[in-house]
Design a binder for this molecule. Structure first.
Ligand code: ATP
Length: 196
């Protein structure tokens, strides 16, 4: 087990059904803009807000197929934690790695939907959050309940490199060049078959 003390690690969770270039775009942006040492990809065993997902192993394979660059790894801690709820995972990480500087990374659509997540305010208070812009979501995310309620805790993107050292609740919004890939679109395309 590597010494994680004082490392800055991005937690990037998702269903990854399947993983795609948009995810890689988010993970690379996080590594670069947030000054992280590593990004851990956390494949959720079953997102409670999504319909039944294909097997965990098959979705892990789609992440592997992206050929993750150095300093990115697939972590099985979410599956091993035996919970489907993000808050349980974050709390167990806090107990296990008390001095590691974790940042929770998510796309703008998830940030906007955060109030639907179990104990969402405790999620906001667990670790700093980096929100990555996503096509069609920027205005909704900025006007969302989460953004309004935590307006005073927003860190300017200019200081995103300091986010991992901040005390939660604290979040920043990364307005990067957008990537419009989505798993939903990929599944729809696979369902209709190849274009003639
Ligand atoms: P689905 O279309 O099935 O909802 P998805 O493409 O959103 O899937 P997820 O596995 O749910 O993929 O995404 C994991 C995380 O990556 C989420 O925080 C999501 O907001 C973010 N994300 C996915 N695609 C992009 C993208 N193109 N740009 C920015 N963030 C993204």
């Amino acid at each position: 087990m590597p010494d994680l003390a004082h490392m800055k690690i991005g937690l990037f969770g998702g269903s990854f059904n399947p993983a795609h270039q948009g995810h890689l775009h988010v993970a690379k942006a996080g590594l670069r803009e947030l000054g992280l040492d590593e990004v851990w990809w956390l494949v959720s065993p079953q997102n409670p807000l999504k319909p039944m997902q294909p097997s965990y192993e098959s979705r892990v394979e789609t992440v592997k197929a992206l050929a993750l660059p150095p300093r990115m790894k697939i972590s099985h801690i979410e599956r091993d934690s035996g919970t489907n709820y993000t808050i349980d995972l974050l709390q167990s990480l806090k107990r296990r790695y008390p001095v590691t500087q974790f940042v929770f990374m998510m796309g703008a659509d998830n940030f906007q939907q955060l109030p639907k997540w179990r104990k969402w305010k405790e999620i906001m208070s667990a670790y700093p959050i980096a929100v990555i812009a996503r096509p069609g979501q920027s205005i909704k995310a900025r006007l969302s309940q989460t953004a309004r309620q935590y307006a005073d805790e927003r860190l300017s993107e200019t200081y995103a490199g300091a986010l991992a050292e901040m005390t939660a609740p604290c979040w920043t919004y990364l307005t990067l060049p957008l990537d419009n890939t989505s798993s939903t679109a990929i599944r729809a395309k696979l369902a209709t078959g190849p274009e003639l």
